[in-house]
Structures are given as structure tokens and as C-alpha cells.
Design a protein around this ligand. Structure first.
Ligand code: NAD
Length: 498
């Protein structure tokens, strides 16, 4: 019988009493690595109760104490980076190099959390009236929640709980049921770093567990990353229950290729940005809009894309790994078929891809479509596979119009040697993350990660999943420091009620 993935409640890694479990598969060969419990709702309630209790003491830890614990956590994550990456590669399928990057991007957020003393600074203004000053404090909210997808099993949980906890909140993490083992490893190191019990809790499951959390009265804020339909559901339900919600959804990211760009640079970047991680990145480039003369580069794009091969995580020559599961593979194959039916030209078809020794794996070869129009299913749906769509535009204006009409607005990029074209693009494009001669412009943690239209549902609090503002509330104090007519009078910091 395979190992059961533990849950973490109040500092203890325990086996859930759940009667239902889902297999955690290695997508390269379908080997069952472990079984993940559909955590009992009563166990989730218990985790939330402990987190509520832990909040009372955790928020009173001094800010330097909190920062120091994150320094220890950063150190442990770095020490164990390879071990985490191996667990991650096995359950997610991505190559080891890619998995190391996944963990590293998460470590960077932990490093950002070490800066919590300065991040939590409020604002002050002296003399708003005679002998009256105003200043603000940033304070934690209470119990916060993170619900994460399968495609970045380390980075995305680490986008969430370190910042929330550094702010003084306690946290319930519900990682993807497809990649729960990485999350538990991250949690083990968190406990080893010395954080008090109840500050981070990890529960597993899917729809029912998420819905229970969304409706729980003690939860103050919810961070979600995943597909658009679930992001919409989490946002609607969470806000209906008057919780603070930031929900990041899916994407369809375009790269505009101007004819004055460096052709070889464009081609190299297109290959990695479209098929890297089997196209299972929310920031993957899935559409290249070729402007003017760049439309003559199709054959070269095809031959570059045609040379890369998927493989198992430990194969250093593999460009990318398998898709996450059978359902994802079926979706990609259905969309490839629809490309033929709806009139796209299929220049490369990865449907019948096998990897020697891993014939069972969910592999799809690099796939390339040209003559794509906006009414085709391959354009309308997020493929989330190693596929690139080529579209044509006569001008930059036309390319910008295509992108701004797309229902998603996560990432985009332009490749050009013209400053004027780049400036126009960054100004007029309506997308969250923009790259100029950079294919996947994921900002570092001290910037906000955002999204427009269906790629992000949130409000003004949500200026970034890494930002402290989402996980805190501000308190503004106006203080009269002296009795007005008593020069040098007492210096009581009383809140002025006048
Ligand atoms: P998903 O929406 O299937 O699952 C995400 C989380 O929601 C999981 O924890 C899952 O258990 C839970 N969930 C699934 N169905 C649910 C339901 N009906 N009700 C409540 N909860 C449910 O997403 P996924 O397949 O794991 O991840 C891939 C998606 O995530 C892609 O669409 C990708 O673009 C998106 N993504 C977006 C970003 C971003 O920053 N915008 C980053 C990474 C991934």
C-alpha cells in the first residue's frame, strides 16, 4: 500500500482520518507515489481553530523575531533545494532544472519576507493641526488561506504563506491534490525553522474542502491561483461571505514579433517560452503575433520547435516533461483535433508522442499551428500544453488590438529593436505583466504580480500576491501630543477623539 500524505495541524504531521484518498501519480510513468486524503471537514475546522488560537500569540511576536525565523527558513530551503526539487519533479513531471527554478523563485519570496520590518512600516505626518500628528500602523488580519494549483508546487505556496505569516497572520494551505508532497516538504522545513505550532497548517483535498474553507466564518483572507472557472467561483463565494479574496486565473499570453527584432533571439525565446514546462505555465507564450515581414519566419520557427523533445525529469537532455494527467492530455489532443477541423494549418502535431521506457506517460510533442484566427477553439481556450499558435498582423496597432480583445490578460511580450514600438506597446497594451525582449516577464517578489480581465479577480487590496497590503489592515491614528495651551505638556500618545 502506498504512503499516505500527511496533514499538518497545530505543529503535528498526522494521518488524516479521511476514508477517501486520491492517487498522487508520477505523470511520466503513472506510478502511484502516494495517496492524498480528502481531508475530513471536521479536521479542517480543527486546523482553523488551532490557527485562530495561534494568531493570538503569533501576532505579538516582535517583528525582528518574525524576520529571524524567516531567515532560518530561507537557509533550510536553500540547503534542501535539491531534495525539494526532486520530490517536485516526480509528482509534477517537470525537468529537474525547471524544478530547481520553481523552488528558487519561492525562496526569493521568503527572502522578501525577511524584510518584514521595513515592509510593515506605516506612514507619518507631523502637524496635521496645531500639535497634532497623524500616523498609521499596518496590522495582521487573522487566519488566511492559500489554495494553489499543480503547476508550480513550490513557488506558488511560497508566494502566499510566507508573506501572510510574516505580517503576523496564521495560515491554512490547501495545495493542489496533484502535487501535495512538495507542499508537505515545505511545511516540514517551516516547522524545523522553529515557527510556533498552529501558525502554518496544511490540509488536502479538492472541491468540497475548498468550499468548506470559503464558507468558514473564521477565515479573513483567501489567496487563490488556478484556472479561470475556479478562480471566478472562489472570488464570488469568498466575497459573498465578505472575505478578502485575490484570485489569479488562467491565461493566453501573446508575443508580438516585430520585423526589426533579432530573428534568432525571437526563435530561441519562442521555443522555451511556449513548450518549456510542457506549456503548463500561466505565463507561457501560447500565441506569437507575427507583424509584417516577420511572417516569413514561420519555417525557421517550425524547424527550431521540431527539434526539441520531452522526457522524464531526470533526463538532462529533455526540453520538458509530461502533462500532469490523462485529463490534461485528452484536452490537448481534443484541441489539436479541433485545430484541423476549424481550418488552422497544423505545422507540427505532437499527438502521437512517446518517450522510450515511459510509454505510459502523458507526453505530448511540440505542436505548432499557423493561420490561426480568434474564433478557433485553440485560440479561445487555454491549451496548457506544448503548443504554439501563429497569427498574423500587418501593423503593431493590429497586434495590440488582437491582444486587448483577448479575454485573458496575464502576460505578454514584444520583441523589437525599436524604442518607439516598445514604448507604444507598454503604454497601450492591457495586460498585467509585460516583457520587452523578455518572453516570460515574471516580476521578482518586491514587485506586484497581477493580471487583467479574467486572469485576476480582486480588489484594491490585491496589489500583489507577494505584497503585504493584501494580508494586513491599516489603522490611522491622529494624536494630540500636548494639551493645546500647555507648552511642553505631557507626551501621552492618546488617540485624539476631537
Ligand atoms: P485548478 O483550478 O484545477 O485547481 C486549482 C486549485 O483549486 C486546486 O487546489 C484544486 O484542488 C482547487 N479546485 C479545483 N476544482 C475546484 C472546484 N470546482 N471548486 C473549488 N476548488 C477547486 O487549476 P490547476 O489545473 O491546478 O492549475 C492550472 C491553472 O492555473 C491554469 O489555468 C493556469 O493558467 C493557472 N495558473 C495561474 C497563475 C497566475 O498567476 N495567474 C499561476 C499558475 C497557474
Amino acid at each position: 500500500m502506498s504512503e499516505k500524505v500527511k496533514i499538518l495541524i497545530n505543529g503535528a504531521f498526522i494521518e488524516s482520518k479521511a476514508t477517501e484518498h486520491l492517487p498522487v501519480e508520477n505523470p511520466a510513468n503513472r506510478e502511484v507515489l502516494a495517496e492524498v486524503p480528502l481531508t475530513l471537514l471536521s479536521e479542517i475546522d480543527e486546523a482553523i481553530e488551532f490557527a485562530t488560537e495561534a494568531f493570538k500569540t503569533w501576532k505579538e511576536y516582535t517583528i525582528p523575531e518574525r524576520a529571524r525565523l524567516f531567515l532560518s527558513y530561507q537557509h533550510l530551503l536553500k540547503q534542501h533545494q535539491k531534495e525539494i526539487a526532486e520530490i517536485l519533479s516526480k509528482e509534477n513531471g517537470k525537468t529537474f532544472a525547471d524544478a530547481m527554478g520553481d523552488v528558487w523563485r519561492g525562496i526569493e519570496v521568503v527572502e522578501h519576507a525577511c524584510n518584514i520590518p521595513t515592509l510593515m512600516m506605516g506612514e507619518t505626518v507631523e502637524n496635521v493641526a496645531r500639535a497634532v500628528d497623524t500616523y498609521s500602523y499596518i496590522q495582521p488580519l487573522g487566519v488566511c488561506v492559500g489554495i494553489t494549483p499543480f503547476n508550480f508546487p513550490a513557488m506558488i505556496p511560497l508566494w502566499m504563506f510566507p508573506m501572510a505569516i510574516a505580517c503576523g497572520n496564521t495560515f491554512i494551505l490547501k495545495p493542489s491534490e496533484q502535487t501535495p508532497m512538495t507542499a508537505i516538504k515545505l511545511a516540514e522545513l517551516f516547522i524545523e525553522a522553529g515557527f510556533p505550532k498552529g501558525v502554518l497548517n496544511v490540509v488536502h483535498g479538492s472541491k468540497d474542502q475548498v468550499n468548506h474553507i470559503l464558507n468558514h466564518s473564521e477565515i479573513r483572507a483567501i489567496s487563490f491561483v488556478g484556472s479561470v472557472p475556479v478562480a471566478e467561483h472562489v472570488y464570488r463565494t469568498g466575497t459573498h461571505n465578505l472575505k478578502r479574496v485575490q484570485a489569479f486565473g488562467g491565461a493566453k499570453n501573446h508575443m508580438v514579433v516585430m520585423p526589426d527584432a533579432n530573428k534568432q533571439q525571437v526563435i530561441n525565446n519562442l521555443v522555451g517560452a511556449s513548450c518549456g514546462a510542457a506549456g503548463q505555465r500561466c505565463m507561457a507564450i501560447s500565441v506569437a503575433v507575427l507583424v509584417g515581414e516577420a511572417q516569413n519566419w514561420v519555417e525557421e520557427i517550425k524547424s527550431a520547435l521540431g527539434t526539441i523533445k520531452p522526457g522524464v525529469w531526470s533526463d538532462e537532455s529533455a526540453a520538458y516533461g509530461p502533462l500532469i494527467n490523462q485529463q490534461s492530455k485528452e484536452k490537448v489532443l481534443r484541441l489539436i483535433k479541433s485545430g484541423y477541423e476549424q481550418g488552422a494549418e497544423v505545422l507540427l502535431d505532437g499527438s502521437n508522442c512517446t518517450v522510450e521506457g515511459y510509454e505510459n506517460g502523458y507526453f505530448v510533442g511540440p505542436t505548432l499551428f499557423s493561420n490561426v484566427s480568434a474564433d478557433m477553439d485553440i485560440y479561445k481556450e487555454e491549451i496548457f500544453g506544448p503548443a504554439l499558435l501563429l497569427m498574423k498582423a500587418d501593423t503593431l496597432d493590429e497586434a495590440i488590438k488582437i491582444i486587448n480583445n483577448n479575454p485573458y490578460g496575464n502576460g505578454t511580450s514584444i520583441f523589437t529593436n525599436s524604442g518607439a514600438a516598445a514604448r507604444k506597446f507598454q503604454h497601450e497594451i492591457e495586460v498585467g505583466q509585460i516583457g520587452i525582449n523578455i518572453p516570460i516577464p515574471v516580476p521578482l517578489p518586491f514587485f506586484s504580480f497581477t493580471g487583467w480581465r479574467k486572469s485576476f479577480f480582486g480588489d484594491l487590496h490585491s496589489y500583489g500576491k507577494q505584497g503585504v497590503r493584501f494580508y494586513t489592515e491599516t489603522k490611522t491614528i491622529t494624536a494630540r501630543w500636548f494639551e493645546e495651551d500647555v507648552p511642553g505638556g505631557n507626551v501621552n500618545m492618546t488617540i485624539a477623539l476631537k
